[in-house]
Ligand binder design. Sequence first.
Ligand SMILES: [Ca+2]
Ligand SMILES: [Ca+2]
Length: 513
Amino acid sequence: MRALALLACAVIGSAAAPARGADFHVDPAGGSDTGDGSATRPWRSLQSVIERHVETRNWQSLPFTGKSLVPVNAGAPVKPGDTIWLRSGDYGALTILGAYNAAPVTVAAEAGATPRFTSVLVRSAQHWVLRGFSVSPTHGTSPAAGTLVVVENHGWSGPASDVVVDGFDVFTVPDERAWATAADWDARSANGVTATGDRVTVRSCWVRNVNYGIAVTGRGSRVEHNAVDGFCGDGLRGLGDDEVFEYNLVKNARDVNADHRDGFQSWSVGPGGVGTGVVRNVTLRGNVIIGHEPGVRFAGTLQGIGCFDGTYDGWVVENNVVLTDHWHGISFYGAQNLRIANNTVLDLNAVDPGPPWILVTAHKDGTPSRDALVRNNLTTDLSVTGDNVVAGGNLLLPADPAGYFVDLAHLDVRLAAGSPAIDRGIAGQAPAADADGIARPQGAGVDVGAYEFAPGATRPPDGTAGPGGAPPGGGSPGGALPAPPSGCGNPSGDLALGLVALVAAAGRLWRRA
Ligand SMILES: [Ca+2]
Ligand SMILES: [Ca+2]
């Protein structure tokens, strides 16, 4: 057995790309272009290192169509599998262009360091892991980029794919009170993160004071454990097949222009334009969407999960919490093979607009939705129609949901002892765990909504969220809130402090128990 295991390891090892794991260092203040990248003789310019010192690949010639990848910088010190560590300082605008690594090259903040960038662009590149950057136009004097972090395909220079953006602190301004008016907010807010490439992961990022938060359009991309706080466009956008959005926190939409804001939005694009295609196999799990917290300036209504231009095929929407002052809690116009299970949806207040619904209805072209299951949701309104569109185990909240939740006034929508939602759900096709990662069912049966009542269970501690994560976006009201991005290992001092403040603030708001 042991020999077999060793053999398997050897085979896997030989099949995988070289995993050298060598370390290099960049110090924009104390480094030198004549350094060797060692800890004692760090390089000075990251941009120069990326362009000259990484053994990578690019197309034989451009345009890339029909071309092959050929070696670039053969023999350079930084190989696939290596890490470039960044010390504190100003790095300006970073561009990674035409660099297709055979295996991931990691560029990461050193422990305790804050590498500051004015923008980050990854175009026509593959297998990059970027970790622990602070990205803001306030780190420089140039005009703000339209989008602060971009991972993009390009028709001339080639696609981008397999990029990880991890533990970033992304903001237009650190304090939105710098914007005196709604017009300032509208005109000055940059977009946070946009990725058009396939298999892009955006994880444990804190994106704040932006127009659009995080938008991914590539196949197989993941957006997980992020916090988007303060935005005037959409919080999250997902337009690609096989995407996963889980355990993100989206809150504080600003009404500063004529846009319809969504916590999450998707639409199809086909031969006839928007609404004539299909978006397939997207999962929305354990996200917390809060229209706005009390006292937020320019607070505006927010559509929760807005899927208005199908067809949406094979989607799963489970364990999400949507608290918003609008009618659109979770809305699907034109869906098939859809499951909406164990979500909690309710209004932030008792006034118009709202209360929010869970809606499954026909495509705007009139085609009925079909083959959908709407199960175990706790919501203020429910409207599902179509062919084989089945609702069961859902509970409609009364106008005054006293007794349902631990502390609704502070947006803790875990179930209170004695809540009418306890044990009222249907076991079949309920998610195996709740929004905190607690196994279902507890007690006599599955509960309705995103949380299982489990007084004896260990909830994720403050600062962590959901199964398997500990992010700034984590997001389960009532305790599972944002922690510093554990994945990045090296959150900057500012970022860590900011996240601590965020956690503390959210903890006060969400867990006054
Ligand atoms: Ca309302
Ligand atoms: Ca139960």
